[in-house]
Design a protein around this ligand. Structure first.
Ligand code: HEC
Ligand code: HEC
Ligand code: HEC
Ligand code: HEC
Ligand code: HEC
Length: 222
């Protein structure tokens, strides 16, 4: 298919998905039934509208713009009924100025490859919503994308960071460090004290946190 036709098809499919979303969200009281999947960990009490914000313009105007799009007249993407949920939406509630890995940082050119493979500049890359889990990054070895040459002067750990990297033991990192740096966590100096993969996996899937409390909590907007 030619790129242009593919793009038009994309707009048309987007229109269908957008319309479906409008219908689902407007089925009062039944909303939960129509979400594409169960809410992620601890999001059960949020209203749909706390993430899905209505788009500008009437539905009729949006549909007209979208229809033009399918004919190739409009160039901009059109939001139908509801805007796409962006990372800014997440940050509005989860504002953490001390985040160790703030998404904005990964817009720098040196992270081009990480952006293509991992997408660290978007919350949704690792926390896909409506998946009934907490973390969807898939494997717990993603630190390798950026810390391939990790090495510490006077490394305090019994198996040094340099060794861990050389042996590709990327599955150990989250056993001693959280990702965002929000937990009151003092990384242990012995590999045998690292949190095990089974507990990390359970946490990813929505279970109890293996990291010590407290953690910086979200502020729910009115
Ligand atoms: C915490 C934020 C959040 C809440 C609350 C939320 N959603 Fe979503 N929803 C998302 C995100 C993000 C996506 C895009 C999927 C992804 O993560 O890649 C999405 C996708 C969807 C889609 C698929 C269409 C699309 O635009 O991609 C539907 C339909 C939907 N949500 C309905 C609902 C309904 C109904 C509720 C209330 C029960 C709800 N959502 C609550 C964040 C949220
Ligand atoms: C309206 C406010 C609001 C929005 C918007 C929101 N969240 Fe949340 N989120 C919360 C609350 C409240 C909790 C419960 C735990 C807490 O207080 O941190 C939570 C919990 C979480 C958790 C689990 C935390 C834990 O300790 O178990 C993750 C992960 C998360 N949110 C990611 C996201 C992502 C990604 C988005 C954007 C798609 C998002 N949130 C949008 C309010 C929000
Ligand atoms: C590259 C992957 C990745 C990205 C991008 C990412 N996260 Fe996370 N997130 C994780 C991992 C892994 C954990 C579990 C380790 C931890 O608790 O720090 C986590 C944990 C969390 C938690 C629970 C622990 C805490 O710190 O409160 C929240 C809430 C959260 N993420 C929100 C977000 C939001 C909001 C964004 C976007 C601003 C985001 N994440 C972007 C990987 C990611
Ligand atoms: C997309 C790139 C990227 C990914 C993926 C990534 N990091 Fe980082 N990390 C960074 C950057 C950039 C810094 C800041 C280093 C600096 O300022 O020189 C950092 C810093 C850190 C620090 C030091 C923080 C401090 O307070 O000095 C730790 C610990 C860390 N990362 C652990 C991890 C772990 C564990 C993972 C996997 C779960 C991971 N990182 C994944 C890019 C990344
Ligand atoms: C057995 C626990 C353990 C494991 C496993 C581990 N670390 Fe560490 N890490 C530490 C300790 C202890 C420090 C020393 C600094 C501190 O106490 O925060 C540290 C420091 C770091 C720092 C530098 C922080 C700074 O302040 O400069 C980075 C980056 C880092 N680790 C990344 C990683 C990555 C990536 C992995 C996976 C290959 C990993 N660590 C595995 C315990 C561990």
């Amino acid at each position: 298919m030619k790129p242009q036709r593919r793009r038009r098809l994309g707009v048309a499919l987007g229109a269908v998905a957008g319309l479906a979303l409008v219908t689902w969200l407007r089925a009062d009281g039944q909303a939960q039934l129509h979400a594409p999947g169960p809410m992620n960990a601890r999001h059960d009490d949020l209203d749909c509208e706390s993430c899905h914000v209505e788009a500008d313009g009437t539905l009729r105007q949006q549909l007209q713009t979208a229809a033009k799009g399918t004919l190739g007249f409009a160039t901009a993407d059109v939001d139908l009924g509801y805007r796409a949920v962006t990372s800014e939406r997440c940050v509005a509630c989860h504002d953490r100025p001390d985040d160790r890995h703030p998404i904005g940082r990964f817009l720098e050119p040196r992270f081009t490859e990480a952006r293509a493979t991992l997408g660290p500049e978007r919350c949704g890359s690792c926390h896909r919503e409506h998946s009934g889990t907490r973390i969807t990054v898939g494997d717990s070895t993603f630190c390798r994308h950026c810390h391939a040459t990790v090495a510490l002067a006077n490394d305090p750990v019994d198996v040094s960071h340099r060794q861990l990297a050389e042996q590709q033991r990327w599955d150990t990192c989250l056993g001693c460090h959280d990702y965002h740096g929000n937990h009151a966590l003092h990384p242990p100096q012995r590999l045998s004290l690292a949190i095990g993969l089974d507990r990390l996996r359970a946490y990813f899937e929505g279970g109890e946190s293996p990291y010590p409390a407290p953690v910086r909590r979200a502020t729910v907007l009115p």
